[in-house]
Design a protein around this ligand. Structure first.
Ligand code: GTP
Ligand code: MG
Length: 197
């Protein structure tokens, strides 16, 4: 499988607008502004694929991207924790996200994107618990590693690894940077394994 020819397919705001539940999908989740869309663009070597923004809450829909193999897709999920939307809208998002995560049978794994400087927020931990409970393979991208000195980044990675050592679901923990293209190859390899299985 190759990631370089990824294309945007559709956006869905609700589960019943999603593509048919066939094939294999890997979804990117994480806090708003963590760098999910940027990570997707780094992985697909297409800076214009998923829209990124300095303003949190850029991605408001579930966005589907096709890969070169039929029925293999990457999914950009709306971020969690964006304060500037109304309570109702927040509940709405979380509900749709919950539906997607709980009901999507073609979901092969979850990529949890977190800022290496602010790892394992309350929501991140919830996602880890959710994966553990549902036996869904989890890959953690500790991104924006370019913002730290290598030693600091390494220390943060060790701390994350320690906190997650008892979770079976965590298959990959990768130091990542979309700007410096760090960890991209490791991430692609892991994704290919999940999507091919
Ligand atoms: P939402 O769609 O709002 O949930 O955000 P997101 O998680 O998709 O974040 P996005 O990819 O839009 O990135 C948010 C901001 O962080 C943008 O200003 C990016 O340029 C920046 N950013 C993302 N990844 C990196 C990285 O690896 N290094 C640095 N230095 N900045 C990054
Ligand atoms: Mg986004």
């Amino acid at each position: 499988i190759s990631f370089n020819s990824a294309r945007f397919l559709i956006s869905a705001s609700r589960l019943d607008e999603c593509l048919p539940d066939h094939g294999a999908e890997v979804a990117f989740a994480g806090r708003s502004n963590a760098g999910k869309s940027s990570a997707l663009n780094a992985i697909t070597a297409n800076g214009k694929l998923a829209r990124t923004s300095k303003t949190p809450g850029r991605t408001r829909l579930i966005n589907f991207f096709s890969l070169n193999r039929e029925n293999a897709r990457l999914v950009d999920l709306p971020g969690y924790g964006y304060a500037k939307v109304s309570r109702d809208m927040k509940d709405d998002w979380q509900q749709h996200l919950g539906h997607y995560l709980n009901d999507r049978r073609c979901l092969r794994g979850l990529v949890l994107v977190m800022d290496i400087r602010h790892p394992l927020t309350e929501f991140d931990q919830m996602m880890v618990e959710w994966c553990e409970h549902n036996q869904l393979p989890l890959m953690i991208l500790a991104t924006k590693a370019d913002k730290l000195k290598f030693g600091q980044a390494k220390t943060s990675m060790l701390e994350i690894a320690k906190k997650l050592k008892d979770y079976q679901c965590v298959e990959h923990l990768i130091m990542f940077s979309s700007t410096a293209k760090r960890g991209v190859d490791d991430c692609r390899q892991a994704l290919a394994n999940w999507l091919d299985a």
